[in-house]
Design a protein around this ligand. Sequence first.
Ligand code: GDP
Ligand code: IMO
Ligand code: MG
Length: 424
Amino acid sequence: MGEIDILLGLQWGDEGKGKIVDALTPEYDIIARFQGGPNAGHTLLFENKKYILHTIPSGIFRKEKLNIIGNGLVIDPSIFLKEVRSLEIPVDELVDKLIISSRAHLILPTHRLLDEAYEDAKGVMKIGSTLKGIGPAYTDKTSRSGLRTGELLKDNFHEIYTIHRERHLKILQNYEINTKIEEYEKEWFEGIELLKKFRIINTEYYINKSLNEEKRILAEGAQGTMLDIDFGSYPYVTSSNTISAGACSGMGVSPRKTGRIYGIFKAYCTRVGSGPFPTELHNKTGQKLRDNGYEYGSTTGRPRRCGWLDMPALKYSCMINGVTSLFMTKADVLTGFEKIKVCTAYKTGNSFVEELPFDVNADIEPVYIEMKGWSEDITGIREYDMLPAALKEYVSFIEKETGIPVNIVSVGPDRSETIMKGKF
Ligand code: GDP
Ligand code: IMO
Ligand code: MG
């Protein structure tokens, strides 16, 4: 029986999941997304070309690999259309390499308007959503009013669509919205026509059959554990389960069939949108991290908030996901910092805690230890032993604190700028 390995973000998203999935794809037969939607922006860089994927799994550029959009996703046909056009892969070829779950939900143009309306109405409580309609689409799914991808194959799809559209427009009457639905609708229907060319099937059967045939599957998470609907900094989270457990419900597989859990994290922390971020730096150091790491959102272009590594949050994510291997990205971004800080606990009043508070408004202050930095350019290094001693100490410290081996150190955005360490 084959197994599903799961790769997911341990922080607030943008940890470099796309890059690492692309680098690991040769080891797998199938790459599958299991949650989220076009709020994700996964960047791949190879042969001097950069691609940003939103809905399509990051295995799409490798030959003879199958990619699956699982049932746990929400798909916006208009974004899917643009994404397909941006890949520079002929559609005929793409339809052989990508299958889509009939149970995935569609993001309607009105979901995007609702996202805008709800976010606007939140005032100072704004989540800083990507405004891709994620929240309203998942809300409809949970309240049993959603529209699933399988429906688009039906002759009366237009009628079904109109019922949903009218229901949403009634709700929208209560809000002031400047965007016109027609602006989204034309492309949306073009996207529907494109989707019809793909195999829209019950992917849960395909996945389980593949496992019986000893196929190797890599599940690609989107967002990060700190944005999980249950365990993230609620309400400043996304609307899906981004954690390893989400892979089972988002693909239709038993937890018994999961194998290794790869937890990916940046050597520091970033966050886009609102919500607590204990180690955020509002100073020159934060700006330096942003500049060195080019920390601007892949989906929205917004500057990312930057700060030091948060160990209590990282340990929490390892616990919730059952991480077996850690992958550290953006080590190169820390080059040139004389000292590197790591938050090892939080101070609240007179006491020190390591547990993440339930309340996002809790008054906590990070407690730091300081480590030595390094100044050598590491982007050309491909062997772990060749890395500067101070960086290896940083890695050892993280391994000791978490009790989990760091098996990949990424030293640049290109697929080749990846250092493997040990067996995993
Ligand atoms: P994802 O959402 O987790 O796939 O991550 P994003 O693609 O949104 O953001 C990660 C950004 O960092 C992208 O611009 C990547 O090209 C880049 N990146 C990934 N790994 C590294 C690395 O090791 N070093 C540097 N400098 N950039 C990296
Ligand atoms: P990837 O997969 C970083 C953030 C948004 C916002 C909150 C809710 O590229 O790591 P939503 O659009 O889901 O309603 O937004 O979650 N967010 C992300 N931040 N990376 C992502 O995806 C994100 N997807 C959503 O900025 O704060
Ligand atoms: Mg991203």
